[in-house]
Design a protein around this ligand. Sequence first.
Ligand code: UD1
Length: 416
Amino acid sequence: MSIWHIYGGNRLTGSTRVQGAKNAVLPIMAASVLSGGETVLHNVPDLRDVTTTLRILQHLGCTAVRDGDTVRIDSRGMHCDFIPHALMRELRSSVIFLGAILARFGTARLSMPGGCELGPRPVNLHLDALRALGAEVTERGGDIICRAHALQGRRILLPFPSVGATENLLLAAARAKGTTVLTNAAREPEIEDLAGYLNRCGAHIHGAGESCIVIEGVPHLYGSTYTVMPDRIAAATYMAAAAVTGGTVLLRDVNSEHLLPVLSAFESTGCAVMQSGSELLLRAPQRLKPVRHVRTMPYPGFPTDAQAPVMTMAAVGDGTSIFVENIFESRYKHAGELNRLGAKIKLEGKVAVIEGVPQLSGAPVSAEDLRGGAALVIAGLAAQGETQVMHPQYIDRGYAHFEENLRALGADVYRI
Ligand code: UD1
């Protein structure tokens, strides 16, 4: 098992290119089985979750290969409707194969998905949405079995704008008979990217990115070539890394519009953020002011995935900040580890009160999930002395070449 070693105190300067979005590419790869043709995806990040998804596709009988940041998937030879537990448990987004395989074959069998432990992560909304389209869904011994003679478009209201449930529904409805009108859909940019890919394959999806999405089912889809959107959470993570070191960093290949929900948090701390086309420049002050208030909400609210990296900024800001985590029950595991580095964070249910301290000091800490792990790396960049981050395999799930990119910006980090 490897460990990150970080010697804090270096100001980050220079520029880095932001990877393609993990949360967009994984559902798009699952969607590729719907077409029964060849899909070529560009801007695919080099991540463990992508490798696992390639393995799932190969298990299903698809040809799925990576060449640099391009992935080619040929789903013509797909012959299997079943994903074993060993693959499902590797990542949460494996559950998006449910809608995709069901729409392709009329049956799908898989076990409950894994992914980061952020509290209970039920799939009731996914299953209810598929039932509403006419699927018969049985849960047995940790397995989910879906059957549908013919999926039928319907009016569906999601009780909560779940990202995953919206994605499963888009996939199942894209080839259903008739029109599906989905109300209270998730509005995350990754939903728009999935719909963009499906439309490129011949689907008729209107309104993705809004809370009402209309999907006119079509009998066939075909393969296509698509470029995955930039990763807004990776961008926010690099911004936080630059901010805690008092640095100046230029991010290339970003979509600034997707970063609007996090910008005010950076501006509260006194960071200057300038955007031009697909580039974003962040210039941090010597000492950060407090972030003040962060309430995680579905898009266009503040993203829960950026909560942990931004909390590290609050931990070294000059004053008190209050965070409220509204999406996941157990998403403050990094707080205790940040306290080991000298942060002053108190938790009370979904609320965290962070009193900024002038200086963190290096210590061994443990990553417990993907974004919390990134927050610890960022804290290490600001801390005095050496910070060791154990369990970096969590961080590898979401950040491509993180260590090399930080080193290129001047950080003193390496992995043993
Ligand atoms: C996706 C993202 C994840 C992000 C999250 C919220 C991927 C691979 N993951 O996760 O990084 O943090 O969106 O932006 O894209 N819920 C239910 N029943 C369901 C589904 C969800 O109760 O059937 C609850 C969840 O427990 C959670 C909340 O709804 O409390 C949000 O979940 P959801 O939007 O579905 O997130 P994911 O798709 O799992």
